[in-house]
Design a protein around this ligand. Sequence first.
Ligand SMILES: [Fe+2]
Ligand SMILES: [Fe+2]
Length: 198
Amino acid sequence: MSNPSSRSGRRDPDVTIRRILKVNHAGEFGAIRIYGAQILVARRLFPDIVPTLEEMRKDEIDHCRLFREAMPARGAKPCRVMSFWSLGGSVLGLMTALSGRNMIWICTEAVESTVQRHLEDQLAFLQKRDPELHALIGSIQEQELAHLRKAENSQTRRGLSHALFLPVVGVLTDVMIWLSAWGDSSWMRAEMARVRRG
Ligand SMILES: [Fe+2]
Ligand SMILES: [Fe+2]
């Protein structure tokens, strides 16, 4: 793939917007798989949390659809390695659910707090460049924040597993996002830092 920054030293914002949509759509797809695998296990082991997980999965399905619908007008296409997100999500969901109910919430906290950081960067980037997508991401961010709060409040204890697992899942999520965005996630952070410094 050609590097959009190579000629002018600045990236074409349309390319970044397409990558934002691609990575967000793929991420929502991964989240659907995480919750799907967790629900599968929870039905047998922790049936009391199934309705909450199902509700959150329903939100992710909505988000996935909304990002997909925003693609054609911006010339964006879904990620070519959706199977990678699908497998990653299922494995993470299965492993965490089999490690106990607390681990389910630690996983959600780790993923959602990483997502929050990326959405913040995207919102700052899109504010003047694509107000319509900015509004869409803003409303989705509110629901993701509710998922994060639910995960934080559902944890019965915050021991070693929280301290160890939270950064690991956070880094894994960051790597997946970075790979899918072809490095644009870190470029956006740097660009936003420049804007803030004025
Ligand atoms: Fe979502
Ligand atoms: Fe979420």
